[in-house]
Design a protein around this ligand. Structure first.
Ligand code: SME
Length: 150
């Protein structure tokens, strides 16, 4: 883990300690990702309601509220139950542009007891912003978040 993710995860461990509330923990996680990760313009959550991902707590500009499962980067990551790193969002078929400043993106599915409950999404104005370290770090954030729900 790179130092920035070590620091982010250690802060999150403290923030989640003794707290199981999904909205409160997602709000603090979004704020902490925004605080620690450089070169990003959006960090937050979507939660699955039926077969639609609905906007949850985030940091950044207002975003699209509902994303059908299988649509966009978020809906594809949730449907495939796998992290997607997109070096250039303009080259991703079906990418949903919430903020025209976004150029790259990482989406990690949130899987609790084998069930997808949502996604963690981070956007960057920089092309190719998210590397292997970010995938490992963001998946660790997602798994800590799921663990905290109990
Ligand atoms: N770009 C995403 C939509 C969510 S925003 O980036 C906040 C997508 O294609 O799923």
């Amino acid at each position: 883990m790179t130092p920035v993710y070590d620091d982010l995860l250690s802060d999150l461990r403290g923030l989640f300690d003794g707290e199981t509330d999904l909205i409160a923990n997602a709000a603090n996680a979004a704020a902490a990702m925004w605080q620690y990760l450089p070169d990003i313009n959006w960090a937050g959550f979507y939660f699955l309601k039926g077969d639609i991902l609905v906007l949850g707590p985030f940091a950044g500009k207002p975003a699209c509220v509902r994303i059908p499962l299988g649509r966009g980067v978020c809906g594809t990551a949730a449907a495939n139950r796998a992290t997607i790193v997109v070096p250039d969002v303009h080259a991703f078929p079906g990418h949903i542009a919430c903020d025209s400043a976004s150029n790259s993106e990482i989406v990690v599915p949130l899987i609790r007891n084998g069930v997808v409950i949502g996604v963690l999404d981070i956007d960057s104005p920089r092309l190719d912003r998210f590397q292997h370290d970010d995938r490992i770090g963001c998946e660790a954030v997602a798994s800590l978040f799921i663990k905290a729900l109990g």
